[in-house]
Design a protein around this ligand. Sequence first.
Ligand code: SF4
Ligand code: SF4
Length: 466
Amino acid sequence: MLRIDGRDLEADDDKTLLEAAKDAGIIIPTLCHHPALTPIGACRLCSVEIERNGRKKVVTSCNYPVEEGLVVETSSPDIFSLRSMILELLLARSLGEARIAALAKEYGVSTPRFKLADESCILCGLCTRVCQELVGVSAMSPILRGVERAVDAPYRDFSEDCMACGACALVCPTTAINKMKNIYPLTSDEAMEVEGSLLQGDADEEIGVYSEIFGSRAHGEGQDGGAVTSILASAIEGGAIDAAIVVMPEDEYRASASMVDDLDGVMASAGTKYVRVPLVPKLLEALGSGKRRIAVVGTPCAIRSVRKLQAGGYLREAFPGAEIVLVGLFCFESFDPARLKRHMRDLFSIDLDEAQRVQISRGRFSIFIGDEEYSCRISDLEDDVREGCEYCGDFVSRLADLSIGSVGSPEGYSTVIVRSDRGRRLLSTAKFSRGEVDLGDISKLCAIKRRRAEKRFALIIDGLGR
Ligand code: SF4
Ligand code: SF4
């Protein structure tokens, strides 16, 4: 038993003071707390006074555990003035931030006495914790010390890990996340804006905005009907693009981003590896080297990252005249190469590095080595799925100019979704035989992936309590 604000309460000793108070209907303000994340007491706004064995001290309630016999004051005059001071400092740091200003006003602060700084970030660390602890990719972290302390991607470079899920933007109590350029958080509202402003066609709830969808069979070595390889080859040969950013298979079961600007490069990139590869750094490198008309071929998360840079105006300002056309692949999830390799060795006694081809089709994962095919259900690979994929609800690259994948088309064909005039122009140079598409197959997978992501995000949104 403990006493909070004069009330005797029972609380489990695995709870924090903040949780015990909340359970009793006593609300303690906080800016850096989220129930699904490790509490770190960064903002100190949840400070309370505790008394134990006749000794009093101030602690942060979000990370102080319940103790038998503890006496807690959550809103004494001393605590009120401590919070006023904290909010005055935060307000001086981030004067334009509505949430800070509103909270400060509740504590009697409207104009800070301190020197103003032009920062939006209050260093609460919610973004870095959600990215690390829930999404699982650790695309950014706290950097530097003292007055220079900030959050950013490693080396303050364009992130190689951010998958544009938008979780950090959801939890950030200020506008700071959206001002960062080295990561690419795209919220669902922003994604809808992109669909409305950059894409053309009718909007389907699951498949997104598109003007045409068809099955295509191309001649070439690529997988899933060879559509991507064929489109890139004819676009480069016909001079429609200067280069393409693609995922290039490597010796072992690995892949990396690569810029290709001739037929050999395009052919070398044919085939799919089902690993997540960051494309933004390579795209910026290509733009930096003077290329301007570039096709980017990638998974939905890679496409979202580039769209974020476009939507924020960064690409337009840094590289005037750049014309980026986005070719998005269908992707349900990608795998961690090391885990998948171990799993396949245990399951089939094979070395994944020796695979000539891997394929995901009709719920099965297949590996082709020599004349043999090794196949298992996708659902058996749950433990091999790469962290972060469950936060991506986009199966068909809804933000691409062209989306391409095998689902919905018969063996040997690719499904092609045309979403913009730019996508249509890229497609116009390639030659296909056309086939029918089963929209139901595509929509079903879209819905499963969307619902899985919504469930993950619900945990984040519920915990915000806003
Ligand atoms: S960017 Fe936002 S969430 Fe991240 S530390 Fe700063 S204020 Fe907190
Ligand atoms: S958008 Fe997602 S992956 Fe990128 S930094 Fe934010 S939380 Fe991490």
